[in-house]
Ligand binder design. Structure first.
Ligand SMILES: [Zn+2]
Ligand SMILES: [Zn+2]
Length: 299
């Protein structure tokens, strides 16, 4: 999330079945995005072209495959399915209402950063792609929730004393611990995003960059491979050694999601920037530039 600016690569034109990058580093959305829009009415591009690519195979595995694994390995299958459904509904509702909230705030207090804001069909596609990411999130997060409900030993706890066994019970000390954890998560996000821009992984990240002027609805509009890499740390809570205080974790997760919604809103809201900049966090202007030109990397 930190603003690591002006790392500009010399890019040359790149093209494959899913995306194209021109000499200036702009992702050409005419291939993948038009396929997505067209797929609402016609068979998916993989079926249409008779190909069975890694792109579509991983798309299936990191969505439905994860749910099938959950149903295969959970001893109480109905309980696991309930946990999955609860998390999917909660997170989808939050992301969608949060996006509407951010769009309203931008209209009231924001300064527009975009010259070519998206049209309604593209915004619908953004929302659908973000909802799909919540499907992958729910298939992963269902595991710790299932273990908690099933009474199995795991990391999530509502007791501060239990979450902080190495020191006297203190909210301030836990907040300090949370700052350290945030830095580790930030480093992970940075490495993940940088890796997604590598030669082999960019085909999965290109989908996010097809939204050159995104709205908040595109905040989680990524390929399921990227969703998996983003949300897989949640499985850490399955281990009893990784104690997490539920109250702080809930607040932290919703705060992080809200920042991500803001980064994609295409507007600058001065009061939000006032908080983000002293913390060296990315701004919506930086992230919009990154969407437009993949060779400009702010992360
Ligand atoms: Zn983005
Ligand atoms: Zn990127």
């Amino acid at each position: 999330m930190k603003a690591r600016r002006n790392s500009v690569k010399n890019s040359s034109a790149v093209e494959n079945n899913n995306f194209k990058i021109d000499e200036q580093g702009r992702v050409d959305s005419s291939i993948l995005f038009k396929q997505q829009i067209a797929s609402e009415k016609t068979p998916s591009p993989s079926l249409k072209h008779g190909t069975f690519s890694l792109y579509w195979l991983t798309d299936f595995f990191f969505t439905h495959g994860l749910v099938l694994i959950g149903l295969a390995y959970a001893s109480q299958k109905l309980m696991w399915l309930q946990c999955f459904a609860e998390l999917f509904v909660i997170m989808t509702s939050f992301i969608m209402t949060g996006s509407v909230f951010v769009v309203i705030m931008c209209g009231l207090y924001g300064t527009k950063q975009q010259t070519n804001p998206p049209q309604t069909p593209e915004i619908w596609q953004e929302a659908l792609d973000s909802i799909k990411a919540m499907y992958t999130f729910a298939a992963l997060a269902a595991w710790p929730l299932y273990m908690y409900k099933d009474g199995q030993p795991m990391g999530l706890t509502f007791s501060l004393a239990e979450a902080q066994p190495w020191a006297p019970e203190s909210v301030a000390l836990y907040c300090l611990q949370l700052v350290g954890a945030t830095l580790i998560v930030d480093l992970y996000s940075y490495i993940k995003h940088k890796s997604m821009h590598s030669q082999y992984l960019f085909q999965f990240h290109a989908m996010h960059h097809t939204y050159r002027d995104p709205t908040a609805f595109a905040s989680f509009a990524v390929h399921p491979v990227e969703s998996f890499l983003t949300f897989v740390p949640v499985l850490g809570m399955c281990f009893p050694q990784h104690k997490v205080w539920a109250h702080a974790y809930g607040l932290w997760t919703f705060g992080w999601a809200l920042i991500n919604l803001y980064l994609h809103c295409g507007h600058t809201i001065p009061i939000v920037e006032m908080f983000l900049q002293p913390l060296l966090l990315n701004s919506s202007g930086f992230h919009n530039s990154h969407h437009q030109k993949v060779s400009i990397i702010f992360f």
